[in-house]
Design a protein around this ligand. Structure first.
Ligand SMILES: [Zn+2]
Length: 167
């Protein structure tokens, strides 16, 4: 379907509605600027973008937008765990939509060189949960865990990701 001049698939509309609900729960309004920012991040193959890149994409459809508004919006979405902020090897700060907004986020590997994100087998964490129960008497209900680093291939400049979003 078409919304705000951008073609987005049905699942994205559902996702957008879910995020709108989350913002409202935290007392934030569903504004045009916030919608446009999320639509850019929901576009297929957006990957991780800098605030400036997001701003330029919105500006082509909605010239009234200001860069400071985009920065503020991304800051809010990061605080609410809707987007993830990663600093890449080229020192650029990039933003990407978290691909799982359920309460239980699977742990990810995030490559700082190319932005590739892979899910980690959650079974590997059951041993850690066992240790926490035994040594701290702590029962884990939930966790948010990302490993940020680089793949060996990416350090040798033959990146794992076919089209790296960062040099
Ligand atoms: Zn990489």
């Amino acid at each position: 379907m078409w919304e705000g001049g951008i073609c987005i698939i049905e699942t994205s509309v559902e996702k957008l509605n879910g995020i709108a609900h989350k913002l409202e729960l935290h007392g934030y309004k569903w504004t045009k600027q916030r919608t446009m920012t999320l639509e850019v991040l929901l576009e297929k193959d957006s990957g991780y973008l800098t605030a400036e890149e997001i701003f330029m994409r919105i500006k082509s459809k909605y010239p009234q937008i200001g860069l400071s508004t985009v920065y503020r919006t991304l800051g809010l979405l990061n605080e609410l765990h809707i987007v993830r902020k990663v600093t890449f090897n080229d020192k650029s700060t990039r933003f990407g939509l978290r691909d799982d907004d359920s309460d239980h986020l699977p742990p990810h590997l995030i490559c700082k060189a190319c932005g590739l994100i892979e899910k980690v087998n959650e079974d590997w964490l059951s041993e850690l949960e066992l240790h926490l129960r035994k040594e701290f008497g702590f029962q884990v209900f939930d966790y948010q865990l990302d490993f940020i680093g680089t793949y060996a291939e990416c350090n040798e400049n033959t990146c794992k990701k076919p089209n790296p979003s960062a040099p």
